[in-house]
Design a protein around this ligand. Sequence first.
Ligand SMILES: Cc1cc2nc3c(=O)[nH]c(=O)nc-3n(C[C@H](O)[C@H](O)[C@H](O)COP(=O)(O)OP(=O)(O)OC[C@H]3O[C@@H](n4cnc5c(N)ncnc54)[C@H](O)[C@@H]3O)c2cc1C
Length: 426
Amino acid sequence: MISRLEHTEEHAAHRAAVRSFCEETIAPAVEGYDRAGEFPEPLLRAVGEAGFGGVAYPTDCGGGGLDFRSWAITIEELARSWKLLAGAVNVNGALVGYPIFTFGADWQRTDWLAPVLRGEAVSAFAMTELGAGSDAANMRTTAERDGDEWVLDGHKVWTTNGSIADLLVVVARTSDRGNKGLSLFGVPDPGGRDGVEVVRDIPCLEGPAALETELRLDGVRVPADHLVGEVDRGFRYIMEGLDIGRIGTAAQGVGVAQAAFEASLDYAGEREQFGRPIGEFEGVGFKLADMATRTEAARLLTLAAADARDRGERVTTQAAMAKVFATDAAMDIAVEAVQVHGGRGYSTDLPVERYLREAKGMQIYEGTNEINRLVVANRLFEARAAETASAETGEAASAAKADETDDAAKADETDDAAGDPDADEA
Ligand SMILES: Cc1cc2nc3c(=O)[nH]c(=O)nc-3n(C[C@H](O)[C@H](O)[C@H](O)COP(=O)(O)OP(=O)(O)OC[C@H]3O[C@@H](n4cnc5c(N)ncnc54)[C@H](O)[C@@H]3O)c2cc1C
């Protein structure tokens, strides 16, 4: 099982390449940026230049031509050094990248997506509003057609990297039909565009290097062809993008958990109290064992979801399971890492307190872990209902021995398996 998910030789080589890049380029610079509260734009550019900005996309749109397991491995390794960069790569590649790549025009892939994946531009995804968080379909931002343009009006919060973005993807209401009336719009060069106001970067637990932007859109005009895909289809695009994004967030959880575990293992081996390394005390050793076990389990769930996606499966349930498990594990492991380090873990001298700051956000974004649990629970009941319906139809079919009834049952099953993403989220 493990060898099928990871590693082919290519995956192992890819992990080694990303780790070596991270240890040479990112790790030595993290503390400086984090303490100064400065967004590490040069590091994000370096990630793209190294070819790690969107490895699962084709090379002709700035990607690496690899698979989603490689994508998960990349994000895990980036997060092991600095989650902030892994999060930015996930926004670029999943929330922004997936809809543009899958549903956007050719020119949008070339002009918008490729520079972002190559690290030449920063992107941001503006969906959440003050009154529309988990209940995203309640959003008030509107897009109205005016001749050859769309006019955007609204107020967004928590737009990661919104204040420095070269490309914003804005979710806006185009008709009054709940989640069936949302559309996506590309807004390039938002900083130089009339009507885009950066209200502030919201001060947050992760620290001032993290840019979580509040934005006001006041009569922002974009050409008609800046619509991504079709009008009113945005929610479906977002849900599909979230499947990828949640695999990426799960991978961030694995990376942070791994870093917190490694720091704890090292410290428990070196720090002596009562004449022995503290790791020799069962109270500490069991913490390390649990950290290692949960990190490995989180990695396997994440790679399993990525592997299913590589085989073309719909991964809504698996991605949500991986996201919940890995980010809850990261949070718990980060808390225990501080505990293993005692007073030093509570200080800002060591990075363990950063892992704790990072892990909390992961339980909230890409759907809170409560919403992701709802996604899993809804899918469980849907699957059970489909099984029951299929069994009943099968009995009727065998009683009637009618081939056409069989065919209809197969068609029903196919519809259920495809699911209705519009009904996924609370
Ligand atoms: C670090 C960070 C980065 C982010 N980046 C982005 C971004 O780039 N773009 C973007 O658009 N948004 C982003 N967000 C916003 C994020 O997606 C929302 O914060 C999230 O969806 C929750 O919305 P909310 O904050 O309004 O909380 P609410 O929806 O108000 O939820 C509050 C609490 O109620 C719970 N809750 C709500 N409904 C239910 C329910 N039906 N069942 C059970 N529990 C429920 C939630 O789980 C949560 O615990 C980011 C957030 C953070 C913290």
